[in-house]
Design a protein around this ligand. Structure first.
Ligand SMILES: *Cc1c(COP(=O)(O)O)cnc(C)c1O
Length: 359
């Protein structure tokens, strides 16, 4: 009997059946026609998913590798970037930028909040020219969704020279996202979130303006070298080809039905929030992402009790991070959950929460 608990966590997530099927295939050599064809197909489907006419590079590493690659390859040391910090992953943008030698203009906000366009505009006017604005689309640590479309519009209007770079790790294939149409120049994502694949791949999407502004540095994460290799269907070094094949199989399935898929993710999280509201739980985010539901722990309820109530029912959830540790809990249906699973998960969530709230 399988004893593995089901993942109601915001990454890694339950795998898509197409990913699982692809992963049991015999090893493929990455420098063969078949591998080149599927690598190229994966890149094309990713570009379609990001809605860009630019290029998507597939890197070996977790999502953070793509964030670092963008910070080091789009900006030179000493250049200034504006970074709003409103959770763990936006804090990571600030840390990565700093370690890349960039000058960080940091706007701290309470965790759970989003950056509103008025504040962004005021900051961009007050601080003067920056080379880039690093935004977090879906801030998974708080469940908040920044309106990157509106924010990019502000950057374009107030500081047209600045590149808009986003963390799309839990928005790709989860929330509507249109790089080119929204004026977003570059984005980072990874395989173990909305793509429903195992961890191990990072994606760096480069729109036309970012491609024209590449300032490659570093060795392994040198995007110019990758671009050259990936345009031939290969990569500069041995790729995690098994994961690429899994990603391609899932993208083939999801990208042609992207709207229906996004609608399902939105509905699943709206229903989690509706259930929480019915039970008297308060949501953490000011503006909700479809990647995870996040609730404040009610008075007198400790996180381990909630975690254990789910564990007894065979499910893993996530707690809070940083300043929210011990104060919130998160339940995510970002992984593979079809309509049938959704009903089962909602019944489980209700049973677990009723138990802890009654205790
Ligand atoms: C998961 C995640 C990342 C990347 O984390 P890795 O552990 O490197 O994959 C970055 N940003 C957000 C918003 C995330 O949810």
């Amino acid at each position: 009997m399988e004893v593995r608990p089901r993942l109601l966590t915001p990454g890694p997530v339950e795998l898509h059946p197409k990913a699982r099927a692809a992963l049991v295939a015999p090893q493929v050599h990455h420098r063969t026609a078949v591998a080149r064809e599927r690598f190229t197909r994966a890149r094309a489907l990713l570009a379609e998913a990001f809605r860009t006419q630019g290029e998507v590079l597939i890197l070996t590493g977790s999502g953070t590798a793509a964030m670092e690659a963008l910070a080091t390859n789009l900006f030179a040391p000493g250049e200034r970037v504006y970074v709003p910090v409103l959770g763990k992953f936006s804090e990571r943008w600030a840390e990565i930028a700093k370690s890349a030698g960039l000058e960080v203009v940091r706007r701290g906000l309470e965790w759970g909040r989003v950056l509103v366009p008025e504040s962004l505009e005021a900051d961009l006017r007050a601080y003067g020219p920056v080379s880039g604005v690093l935004l977090t689309h879906s801030e998974t640590s708080t469940g908040a969704l920044n309106d990157v479309r509106v924010l990019a519009e502000v950057v374009r209007r107030v500081q047209p020279q600045a590149l808009v770079v986003i963390d799309a790790v839990t928005s790709l294939l989860v929330s509507p996202l249109e790089l080119d149409a929204w004026g977003i120049d570059a984005a980072a994502s990874g395989s173990q979130k909305g793509l429903m694949c195992p961890p191990g791949l990072a994606f760096a999407a480069l729109g036309p303006r970012a491609l024209a502004r590449l300032r490659p540095r570093g060795y392994y994460l040198n995007l110019e070298r990758e671009l050259k290799a990936q345009r031939t269907g290969e990569s500069a070094y041995t790729p995690a080809i098994n994961l690429v094949l899994a990603a391609e199989a899932v993208l083939e399935e999801v990208v042609p039905r992207l709207e229906a898929h996004l609608a399902l993710k939105a509905e699943q999280h709206e229903r989690l929030y509706a259930l929480g509201a019915e039970l008297g739980l308060k949501p953490v985010p000011e503006r909700r992402s479809a990647a995870t539901a996040a609730f404040w722990l009610p008075e007198g309820v400790r996180y381990p009790e909630v975690r254990e109530a789910f564990a007894r029912r065979g499910a893993v959830i996530a707690g809070g991070q940083g300043p929210l540790k011990g104060r919130i809990f998160r339940v995510s249906l970002m992984g593979y959950f079809d309509r049938y699973d959704t009903e089962a998960v909602l019944a489980l969530v209700r049973a677990a929460l009723v138990e802890v709230l009654r205790a």
